[in-house]
Design a protein around this ligand. Sequence first.
Ligand code: DX5
Ligand code: ZN
Length: 217
Amino acid sequence: MQLSPSILNADFSCLLEAIERIVDLVDYIHFDVMDGSFVPNLTFGPPLVNSLRKKISLPFDIHLMIDRPAFYAPYFQVGPEDVLTFHVEALDSPHEAISAIRKLGCRPGISLRPRTPLSLVLPYLDLVDWVLVMSVEPGFGGQKFMPESLERIRALCKERGSRGFLIAVDGGIGPDNIRAVLDAGADVVVVGAAIFRAPDPREAVRRLWEAAGHPRS
Ligand code: DX5
Ligand code: ZN
């Protein structure tokens, strides 16, 4: 398993410290970029992500919940290990978004809302490095995991065959369901509220590794 904490529910007044406290126990940092149009919520954009990019060496997993991913992608200062994920439902065409992201020299990811048919992402599976399966409706942290996502993860695993993309799952994951998400075939687990709303986020990360069956300290 790879763990990608979503900072959406962290205390933004001390974001760098909040990340540094768990940085040695995780594999990526997940950034939820929202534009108030693709989703009914606003968060942050390239200035925040780029300033943290200079201070943290872990790969960034940037989740673009925005309508024009191809237009905005070049504003992110990213490197070869970073992942920039757009939504298949966004206004720009997936081909445009993938080529804009490839041009930056980072890894393109594609995501889909829980009710979007999986068939919509199948034409792009040869072109991306990462598929982000949403297990809640995008827009807010702290929602309940949608159990039908497990079937989608299994179906995507079957579709993967010998292709190299990673399967990431985002939304409503915590110690009680992380094992089920991994058993369904997820490679990367995104966890927000279960870490950053916990009284001790570092302890919460340790509990997740334990629940996943791979204790880390
Ligand atoms: C939802 C975001 C998620 C969210 C996950 O729109 O894409 O990344 O922050 O957080 P939890 O684990 O709180 O559902
Ligand atoms: Zn996300």
